[in-house]
Design a protein around this ligand. Structure first.
Ligand code: COA
Ligand code: ZN
Length: 296
């Protein structure tokens, strides 16, 4: 290919990256992180989640973070994860245009994560769509490639589940490798199958890096037509309700690779790396990005 190729890199660090941190990160530090990411050219960002503060204490300042960021960066594509109608209502009330509604492909992880059956979650999604038609809803399909309790799903199960969500009018999906057990062949095949079955939809991926395969799995998705890829600065992250979950693909590693390959991301790599280093200083035990010493 000769044309420069553009791929949206969607930063989910302020939500997925931080949700598992044991020590509470003060609101100002979260805001500084988001500010740094915006200054580095990140335009798509999941900035928080509107969830139960008992489930995820780290996100207890979600409303404040969202209110401030929506005011500061009106041009940016900022969104939040929500598990239910209440979360979506909060997002809407704060003026957010888009949410990611998480539902797991596996029944047991959905129960562990949001204490609902999948059909209850689908009913809730229907309520969100009915009561807030102007809110863009992307569905994060958690455990799309493997579940800590049920193992690897069949591809047909994934396509069928995406179909159920699609029937509710959703056209934006993110296939999430919640515990980082996918392989590139599986990602290629799943992406191709979902894209072929739902050509009117956009499909992103969100990959965890448990076996150092985050970047190859993400690349496999890009090469099979993913419409965007999610990652976290410093490779922080993991779902507290998925045993074995580890960090996400590190944004700085991903951006570095994509730029070398001629992809445009709009992100300034040296600035991004500077931010990753600051994060490393603040939360060293959680950092899992690679080669922190490389400067450009
Ligand atoms: N935002 C803030 N608080 C919420 C909320 C939301 N969207 N939805 C529910 N709550 C509160 C309720 O008010 C209630 O508070 P109380 O105990 O002080 O009365 C409490 O959370 C429990 O609510 P309930 O409706 O009984 O839900 P539950 O106990 O079955 O929990 C969820 C369901 C979805 C709220 C909870 O499991 C959750 O927040 N999960 C998020 C998991 C997550 O973020 N995982 C990582 C990302 S994939
Ligand atoms: Zn994740």
């Amino acid at each position: 290919m000769t044309e420069p190729r553009a791929i949206p890199v969607v930063e989910v660090g302020p939500r997925d990256g931080l949700q598992n941190l044991k020590e509470y990160l003060p609101t100002d530090r979260k805001l500084a992180l988001i500010d740094g990411l915006i200054q580095a050219g990140v335009t798509h960002m999941q900035i928080t989640s509107f969830v139960s503060p008992k489930a995820i204490p780290q996100m207890q300042d979600a409303e404040e973070v969202a209110r401030i960021c929506l005011e500061r960066y009106p041009q940016a594509d900022l969104f939040a994860l929500v598990p239910n109608l209440r979360g979506a209502q909060t997002a809407h009330r704060l003026g957010m245009k888009k949410v990611a509604n998480v539902i797991s492909l596996s029944e047991s992880h959905n129960k562990a994560n949001i204490n609902r059956t999948r059909s209850q979650s689908l009913e809730e999604l229907d309520r969100i769509r009915e009561s807030l038609p102007e809110l863009e809803v992307c569905v994060d399909v958690a455990t799309a490639f493997g579940c800590p309790f049920e193992g690897r799903p069949t591809q047909q199960a994934l396509v069928d589940f995406v179909g159920q969500v699609h029937q509710l009018g959703v056209r934006t999906f993110c296939l999430c490798d919640t515990i980082g057990v996918a392989d590139p062949a599986q990602v290629r095949s799943a992406l191709a199958a979902v894209k072929a079955a739902f050509p009117d939809s956009t499909v992103q991926v969100h990959i965890h890096d448990t076996r150092n395969m985050g970047i190859v799995n993400t690349l496999a998705a890009i090469e099979c037509g993913a419409d965007g890829v999610q990652s976290t600065l410093g490779g922080l992250g993991g779902c507290p309700f998925a045993p074995g979950a580890s960090g996400n693909t590190a944004t700085e590693d991903l951006v570095y690779m994509l730029h070398l390959m001629g992809y445009e991301t709009g992100i300034d790599f040296p600035k991004l790396l500077g931010l990753a280093k600051e994060l490393y200083t603040d939360v060293p035990g959680n950092y899992s990005g690679h080669h922190i010493h490389i400067n450009s």
